[in-house]
Design a binder for this molecule. Structure first.
Ligand code: ADP
Ligand code: MG
Length: 239
């Protein structure tokens, strides 16, 4: 594993077509060290989700270079990129994105089966126990609380043992207490596995507990001009 987990160089991305085309990422450059936790903050619409999905290889930039674990994503076709993502990047969404017709166990086993892992179900069970859901293996998402569904989603993201975990407002649909336990879980995973964590959040306290806070505004990274820890609230832009 090289020292840099993620290297983004001068990314530009527009999405949509015709009059609805939006220039979302405007010359983004960012390095994230292996094992580092980054809190990505900024107003709604500033491009946080798009940047997260781009660094996770789910969106291709129009220009610029993405290097993940030393590998340039531009050289990969769609199949290679999907395989690379499956091994290297765990993705956690605000709204969990579980398959409703699958049990917790089946949801977590799915990416492992897609990766042809013969131990998919044993591994999935182990990961669900590790996130505290040993008693919920055969429950369907609708039978689980929001916090439990997010734990399943996290177990699914970490089951292939990715070096990088990206999470898009993972506490956004949870109450404060439940959200806090999800954050504790993500940081425990970072610590125990040495994983790199990129976290989009509106929660200033959470962003501050990361190693570094990166602020987006209108598709650009703002240079830090005030000490980390008293920026977001002061500008009244936490939304
Ligand atoms: P954030 O996560 O910071 O709220 P997003 O990355 O979701 O911001 O969106 C940034 C901007 O790009 C918004 O103005 C949004 O409406 C626009 N946008 C996002 N996805 C698309 C898309 N597929 N097509 C067109 N515009 C998009
Ligand atoms: Mg978003």
């Amino acid at each position: 594993m090289p020292d840099k987990a993620i290297a983004l160089e001068n990314l530009d991305l527009s999405l949509g077509s015709g009059a609805a085309r939006v220039h979302i990422l405007k010359g983004i450059s960012l390095d994230v060290d292996a094992g580092e936790a980054i809190g990505l903050v900024g107003p709604s619409g500033s491009g946080k989700s798009t940047l997260l999905m781009t660094m996770a290889g789910l969106e291709r930039p129009d220009s610029g270079r993405i290097t993940i674990a030393g590998q340039n994503l531009a050289g990969m076709d769609e199949d290679a990129l999907a395989r690379f993502r499956g091994r290297n990047i765990g993705i956690v969404f605000q709204s969990f994105h579980l398959v409703p017709t699958m049990t917790a166990l089946e949801n977590v086993a799915l990416p492992l089966e897609l990766a042809d892992r013969p131990d998919a179900f044993a591994r999935a069970e182990k990961e669900l126990r590790a996130v505290g859901l040993g008693e919920r293996l055969n429950h369907y998402p609708a039978q689980l609380s929001g916090g439990e569904q997010q734990r399943v989603a996290i177990a699914r993201a970490i089951a292939p043992d990715p070096a990088i975990i990206v999470a898009d407002e993972p506490t956004g649909n949870l109450d404060e207490t439940t959200g806090g336990s999800i954050v504790d879980l993500l940081f425990a995973i970072k610590r125990d596995r040495g994983a790199t964590l990129v976290l989009v959040t509106h929660d200033t306290a959470l962003a501050r507990s990361c190693d570094r806070m990166v602020r987006l505004r209108s598709g650009r990274i703002e240079e830090p001009d005030t000490p980390a820890g008293n920026t977001m609230a002061d500008r009244g832009e936490a939304d």
